[in-house]
Design a protein around this ligand. Structure first.
Ligand code: IPD
Ligand code: CA
Ligand code: CA
Length: 270
């Protein structure tokens, strides 16, 4: 077995175990929901319990590897070439409301490059997996991106970061512009699922700002292995730390990038 296959299988073990934890807490976290700082940025007992399970599995198998986990921060020796990025519950607001769009996301960077990704949606029992050169799957069957190349025929998805009340760079103008140019723009509330849904062809493209590494690393390799493309808004190489991502089926990429580079001000819609 290759190392990547082994990493993929262990990440799968961790994601499935964490998904079971999320299912167990569902509907039972009302008394344990707090805001992390910004209004609307929630954390529940389920986020923490899910993260504990992922950490236990990864540390047992890979004690030398570095970890970046949303609720615990940086763990272990950060100089290691292997860095696991963990979002134990992506879509916490949905989860707290029992809205069925949340998942566990576990990605592995090797020397800064996304190489392995597992995204598990426990509500729908959908397991998305990928590793560099090994392809992308949904519930163990190969997946591929859509072939839509025109904005007017596309369905997109995006999100709005928790700092949206504090900045005018809050994606509202982009949302209006793309809503007019396409068949629609969805807002699921789970960035990792957004990327998984581009990867399996349910939507044609996704963009977002204010996003954290643990939101996207698993989804980036999943989408690339499904035939999609991931860059900065302007089409230049993705910088994970920038917090901005443009992710599409590839066919739509240049058109969506151009549209994002030419967004009129919000006042244009009033
Ligand atoms: C959030 C979700 C949401 C995105 C936010 C993220 P969380 O993650 O992915 O879709 O719009 O920017 O922070 O807080 O639910 O893990
Ligand atoms: Ca997240
Ligand atoms: Ca989270």
């Amino acid at each position: 077995m290759t190392n990547l296959q082994n990493f993929l299988d262990i990440a799968t073990e961790a994601a499935l175990a964490a998904g079971a934890v999320l299912q167990g807490y569902l509907g039972k976290v009302e008394d344990a929901i707090t805001e992390k700082g910004r209004p609307g940025d929630l954390v529940t007992a389920a986020d923490k319990a899910s993260e504990a399970v992922v950490l236990e599995v990864l540390r047992r198998h890979f004690p030398q590897h570095s970890i970046l986990a949303e609720e615990s921060g940086k763990l272990g020796n950060q100089d290691n070439e292997y860095l696991w990025a963990i979002d134990p519950l992506d879509g916490t607001t949905n989860y707290a409301h029992q809205y069925p769009a949340f998942c566990v996301s576990i990605g592995l960077l090797i020397n800064g490059v996304p190489q392995v990704g597992v995204i598990y949606d426990p509500w729908h029992d959908e397991l998305f997996r990928a590793a560099a050169g090994l392809g992308a799957t949904r519930n163990r069957r190969p997946i591929q991106v859509s072939k839509t190349s025109e904005l007017s025929k596309s369905l997109l998805v995006t999100g709005f970061a928790y700092d949206r009340r504090e900045t005018s760079d809050n994606n509202y103008a982009e949302f209006c512009h793309l809503t007019h140019l396409t068949q629609g723009v969805r807002r699921s509330g789970s960035a990792a699922l957004d990327l998984a849904h581009v990867a399996c062809g349910r939507v044609d493209g996704y963009w977002e700002r204010g996003i954290a590494p643990w939101d996207i690393i698993a989804g980036v390799i999943l989408l690339q292995e499904a035939g999609g493309k991931v860059t900065a808004y302007d089409g230049s190489p993705l910088k994970i730390e920038s917090g901005r991502i443009l992710a599409t089926n590839g066919y739509l990429h240049d058109n969506l990038s151009q549209a994002l580079m030419q967004v009129p001000p919000l006042s244009a819609w009033q």
